[in-house]
Ligand binder design. Structure first.
Ligand SMILES: Nc1ncnc2c1ncn2[C@@H]1O[C@H](COP(=O)(O)OP(=O)(O)OP(=O)(O)O)[C@@H](O)[C@H]1O
Ligand code: NI
Length: 300
């Protein structure tokens, strides 16, 4: 199942994130300034041809990492650390230029759909970002929707007219059209039936098999282990350990960080050995919305 990663053409990882930190400035009543730093030190790299899973509890800062890579952090956020694409360090403009072109982003939240534009307009916009002509964009939009099991009738619908499942399919259609070098999939399987989860994960594995890199952001460690080559465990804003999938076996003795072992042993198949500390209350599923600014320059 875990294909040997093909080396990147340049011999460099496709994506390298080193020591990322993300802070927010908030103003409380009386205009008191408060600084929050939910991401303090996260590092991850993805090579061509491999699936890397970024796993950790809700609120650990996984989505913020994905957003930072694509220059999509909220306006009140500041970040530090180094983000390299094929060995080249990227500034904010460089990160934004990746989105929807070389890097496909499958966002966690349906709020990434533009509420003011029809599905057709949004999927065509994604196709245009990838260089399709106006005419080609029409065909490619319909093809992408069809590949997600949707038909031409959704083209005229607005996001509020879609069910949750349809919305996810539209996001997937936008993200996975074209042939991106890297796919960042942020919780692509929430609330899906198990056969649909398998289909989505198989699709990501298939994308890696074509030579692209995949960063799978998830708290579903069991699913991640079925498709990933490597797993990066994060907790409260830090990456703690990078381990091959083979380390997640038995009692997890091959895992070096106690938290990774706790995550592994807390899975149902491993007897729910939930330790007394924070895993029990932090490792839960939480639906939330990530606010997201829409611009003409960004896909769905
Ligand atoms: N716009 C924001 N303003 C202030 N704090 C924020 C903002 N967005 C995120 N945060 C903080 O950053 C933390 C990490 O958020 P993030 O969405 O990256 O977590 P996550 O690991 O993706 O969690 P989940 O599994 O629930 O999606 C949140 O708990 C929240 O406290
Ligand atoms: Ni998230």
């Amino acid at each position: 199942m875990n294909a040997t990663p093909a080396p990147a053409p340049s011999g460099q990882p496709l994506l390298e994130v080193q020591h990322l930190a993300v802070s927010f400035t908030q103003y409380e009543r009386g205009l008191r300034r408060r600084e929050l730093t939910p991401v303090t030190d996260m590092s991850v790299s993805v090579n061509a041809g491999e699936v890397v899973a970024l796993v950790g509890a809700s609120g650990a800062g996984k989505s913020l990492l994905g957003q930072a890579v694509l220059g999509m952090l909220p306006p009140n956020a500041t970040s530090s650390g180094v983000i390299r694409w094929q060995g080249r360090e990227l500034d904010l403009a460089g990160r934004r230029a990746l989105a929807g072109r070389e890097v496909a982003f499958l966002p966690q939240s349906l709020s990434h759909l533009d509420p003011t534009a029809t599905v057709g307009a949004q999927v065509r916009r994604s196709a245009r970002l990838q260089g399709a002509s106006r005419r080609e964009a029409k065909t490619r939009a319909l093809d992408a929707l069809t590949s997600q099991g949707l038909d031409a009738s959704v083209l005229k619908l607005y996001p509020h007219e879609l069910s949750g499942g349809m919305g996810r399919r539209v996001l997937t259609a936008c993200a996975l059209m074209g042939s991106p070098s890297l796919v960042i999939a942020d919780e692509p399987t929430p609330g899906l039936a198990s056969e649909s989860v398998t289909a989505v994960l198989d699709r990501l594995r298939g994308i890696a098999a074509t030579g692209a890199g995949v960063l799978l952001i998830t708290h579903e460690i069991t699913g991640a282990l079925t498709v990933a080559d490597r797993v990066v465990v994060v907790d409260r804003g830090r990456s703690l350990e990078e381990a091959p999938v083979s380390a997640f076996t038995g009692h997890g003795v091959a895992l070096t960080h106690p938290y990774s072992r706790q995550l592994w042993m807390a899975l149902p198949g491993n007897g729910f050995q939930v330790p007394a500390d924070h895993v029990a209350h932090t490792f839960h599923v939480m639906e939330h919305d990530h606010a997201h600014p829409h611009t003409e320059e960004q896909p769905c």
